[in-house]
Write a protein that binds this ligand. Structure first.
Ligand SMILES: [Zn+2]
Length: 79
């Protein structure tokens, strides 16, 4: 066990090349390009802290071809 005060951990600078990355592709049509879109979550006035109905935008990416949002980006709560 060390009694020395903890120093801030320096993350070693890892160089990542594009070959090490993985393309996300649409599960439905195998398209590789995505467009930014938003889910809008609505909070009813009863549950909202302000007492007013509130819209909360959640930024996601949807397939630029078929519009499907990858399951990993789907906000939870819609079952
Ligand atoms: Zn698609």
């Amino acid at each position: 066990m060390s009694t020395k005060p903890l120093k801030p951990i320096k993350q070693p600078q890892k160089k990542i090349s594009i070959e090490d990355t993985e393309s996300l592709k649409c599960e439905d049509c195998n398209n590789y390009s995505f467009i930014k879109s938003y889910f809008i979550r609505r909070i009813s006035a009863i549950l909202s802290p302000t007492g007013q109905e509130t819209m909360i935008p959640i930024e996601v990416f949807s397939c630029g071809n078929c519009g499907k949002v990858p399951a990993s980006m789907m906000p939870k709560g819609d079952g």
